[in-house]
Design a protein around this ligand. Structure first.
Ligand SMILES: Cc1cc2nc3c(=O)[nH]c(=O)nc-3n(C[C@H](O)[C@H](O)[C@H](O)COP(=O)(O)O)c2cc1C
Length: 348
């Protein structure tokens, strides 16, 4: 039986034809060099998956500026040297018939001055994130709430990083707006405790997303800009935006009106059906454009999401990490290697 999942397709909101609907989800790996650049090993890791049939690769989160970092050994896009370090990876993936999109990342308060050059992490709030930062075994750093007048400066970091990524040849950029990082810290009513134009009402909490998209669209164009949202996610338990329907009904039509055309709905961790699966069913009636999502779906489940028009493409994370030849295995109906801590600790 030929699956739509594995057949070539064209979507008018995308930058070009796709050989199938399999997407590698963004996955932080922590193998960048000391200058936060992409290496030959990272390029080979992505190229191997493209050569084995993955249609679209989302890179690991690439931090837009040192002040936005929160992790060890992750890549940055602060300067041209860091951007140019991706050229071999981009070229190898594209020569192997794949497409590659850079994920742009600002960690906000999910950080510590150890990772921001000694600066206080910035956020929507001055309340630190609960828990211990596994990157350095310390509590998350004391954040500094951004002043409204600083927002254009934050947008500028994304604008410059997006321009550098496109100059390096990436097929597009995806802005990470989920998983509790900076932009989600504004969206999330549990975290955002502001009393200015960026806090309080649904309209105010969504403002950062709409203003950022409005600035990035002229730089990227609608076919090269995607955002990733995680309105319901599994991260240390099931969580969803408290005012989910109001948020979606405010945000999604306005993104459409602004001209955004590509959306990735993430749940951070499986199971999809309890998280993103429910969200895409609420978003779809509001969003006639390109939509992708997923999390550890079987081929049959993914095919159903496509056939029923919930999703246009399907993302896999860990399965593609453990199985560079994931697409070939799907084509042959073969079993997958499980994800293990050993596989997570190496780049191959
Ligand atoms: C090792 C690892 C690193 C991840 N890093 C990121 C990241 O940098 N950006 C992001 O948006 N999601 C990240 N994720 C989430 C994945 O993109 C994906 O949504 C999640 O793993 C669920 O898909 P899966 O069940 O198919 O793995 C990461 C997941 C894993 C396992």
């Amino acid at each position: 039986m030929s699956l739509q999942l594995l057949s070539p397709f064209v979507h008018h909101d995308m930058f070009g034809p796709m050989r199938n609907r399999v997407v590698m989800a963004a996955m932080t790996r922590g193998f960048a060099d000391a200058q936060h650049r992409c290496t030959a090993e990272i390029a080979a890791y992505y190229a191997r998956r493209a050569a084995a049939g993955v249609s679209l690769i989302l890179t690991e989160g690439i931090v837009v500026h040192p002040s936005a970092d929160g992790y060890r050994n992750v890549p940055h896009l602060q300067n041209d040297e860091q951007a140019d370090s991706w050229i071999p990876a981009v070229r190898q993936v594209q020569e192997a018939g794949g497409r590659i999109v850079a994920q742009l990342w600002h960690c906000g308060r999910i950080s510590h001055p150890d990772f921001t050059g000694g600066l206080a992490p910035v956020s929507s709030t001055d309340r630190p994130a609960a828990g211990i930062n596994r990157q350095n075994g310390q509590p998350y750093g004391q954040p500094r709430a951004l002043h409204a007048s600083e927002m254009p400066g934050i947008y500028r970091l994304f604008e410059e990083a997006a321009q550098r990524a496109l100059n390096a040849g990436f097929d597009g950029v995806q802005v990470h707006m989920g998983h509790g990082y900076l932009i989600d810290q504004f969206l999330d009513a549990r975290i955002n405790d502001r009393a200015d134009a960026y806090g309080g009402s649904v309209e105010n909490r969504c403002r950062i997303v709409l203003e950022l998209v409005e600035r990035l669209l002229p730089i990227c164009g609608p076919r090269r800009l995607m955002i990733r949202l995680s309105p319901a996610r599994m991260m240390g338990g099931l969580y969803e935006w408290p005012d989910l329907d109001d948020m979606l009904h405010h945000l999604i039509p306005r993104l459409d009106r602004l001209g955004l055309r590509q959306l990735d709905i993430s749940c951070a961790d499986a199971p999809y059906a309890e998280t993103s699966g429910r969200i895409v069913r609420r978003v779809r009636p509001l969003w006639p454009h390109f939509l992708m999502g997923g999390a550890s779906l079987s081929a049959a489940e993914a095919e159903r999401e496509i056939q029923e028009r919930h999703l246009d493409m399907v993302t896999w994370g860990r399965a593609l990490l453990a199985n560079p030849d994931f697409v070939r295995r799907l084509e042959r109906g073969e079993a997958l290697e499980p994800m293990t801590p050993e596989r997570r600790a190496v780049l191959y």
